[in-house]
Design a protein around this ligand. Structure first.
Ligand SMILES: C[S@@+](CC[C@H](N)C(=O)[O-])C[C@H]1O[C@@H](n2cnc3c(N)ncnc32)[C@H](O)[C@@H]1O
Length: 276
């Protein structure tokens, strides 16, 4: 047929309307995210060492999910994803090894936000039982799979989250950490709807004077599992950093002496599960 091709203004994975794209100034499209400070309010608190800033969830869920979509977070922690999913009218399945954390997040959500669309449970996200339990929730909610996957694992042993051997922060070495991450990511891949997006939030570490590029290594795991790499976003971590004043001067001294640079960034690795 002759004439101008028409372009759909609605994509399947977002509520953003492309015909209004100029209005979405707050939506990031660049790969460098400088977030000056953590957003608070709307249910968010800085109450867990190692939680991510809520603005990451706001950005990702706005661009890559639609109202009522199910967001799956297999390292829930203090529930940043669940809280922001509720704020944005998305549903959330969240899993963490620590039962006390799940209880605390459930209580927090129940006291401030509608909780009937949030299902949180404790367990090992690498396990078959975790996958089965998540599938049961999806069935109850009338969905075959989740519409977004968020993975914010421990940055290996930088922060130890528990004494449990299933905890990725207790992996004896980098290879074991990556093997454990792979099993969780495999569950995530199986539970994610084809065509939909996944994000891994991860930083690197130093060990024995050498940089261990956990971000790129986890990215490789995602690609090995069949995810398509869409973006590597670099985000500043100055809003989160501890140790101001004398401590940070000491780190500066150590960096100068050891011939390395202090981490001021982490990664958000954005992937898509192919349609087939
Ligand atoms: C970096 S924190 C996640 C923080 C979270 N995104 C937030 O904003 O609060 C990593 C979490 O992974 C959990 N974890 C570690 N190994 C796990 C496993 N095998 N299964 C489920 N959760 C695990 C830890 O208990 C910890 O709460």
């Amino acid at each position: 047929m002759a004439g101008k091709a028409t372009h759909p203004s609605q994509l399947t994975f977002t509520d953003l309307d492309l015909s209004r794209w100029k209005e979405y100034e707050e939506v990031e499209t660049d790969s460098l995210w400088i977030i000056p400070s953590r957003a608070s309010g709307n249910g968010h608190q800085l109450d867990y060492h190692g939680n991510y800033v809520p603005q990451i969830a706001t950005q990702l869920l706005t661009r890559f999910t639609r109202t009522d979509d199910v967001v799956l977070d297999l390292f829930l922690g203090s529930g940043t994803t669940a809280i922001e999913a509720a704020n944005l009218g998305r549903r959330c399945i969240g899993v963490d090894l620590k039962p006390d954390l799940i209880a605390a997040v459930s209580e927090k959500i129940a006291s401030t936000l509608p909780s009937d669309r949030t299902a949180l449970f404790s367990g090992d996200s690498a396990s078959e039982e975790c996958r089965t339990q998540a599938e049961e929730i999806l069935t109850r909610w009338g969905r075959d799979r989740a519409q977004f996957l968020l993975l914010h694992p421990p940055y290996h042993d930088i922060i130890r989250f528990s004494d449990s051997p299933e905890d990725l922060s207790n992996a004896p070495d980098t290879d074991a950490f990556l093997a454990m991450f792979r099993r969780v990511a495999e569950n995530g891949h199986a539970l994610l709807e084809p065509g939909r997006y996944a994000a891994v939030i991860i930083g690197d570490k130093y060990a024995k004077g050498e940089l261990i590029p956990l971000g790129f290594q986890c990215m490789q795991v995602m690609q090995d599992l069949g995810f398509r790499l869409k973006s590597i976003i670099v985000k500043n971590i100055s809003g989160n950093e501890k140790g101001k004043g004398r401590d940070s001067n000491l780190w500066r001294y150590r960096a100068l002496k050891g011939g390395f640079y202090l981490f001021k960034h982490e990664y958000i690795i954005l992937c898509q599960k192919p349609l087939r």
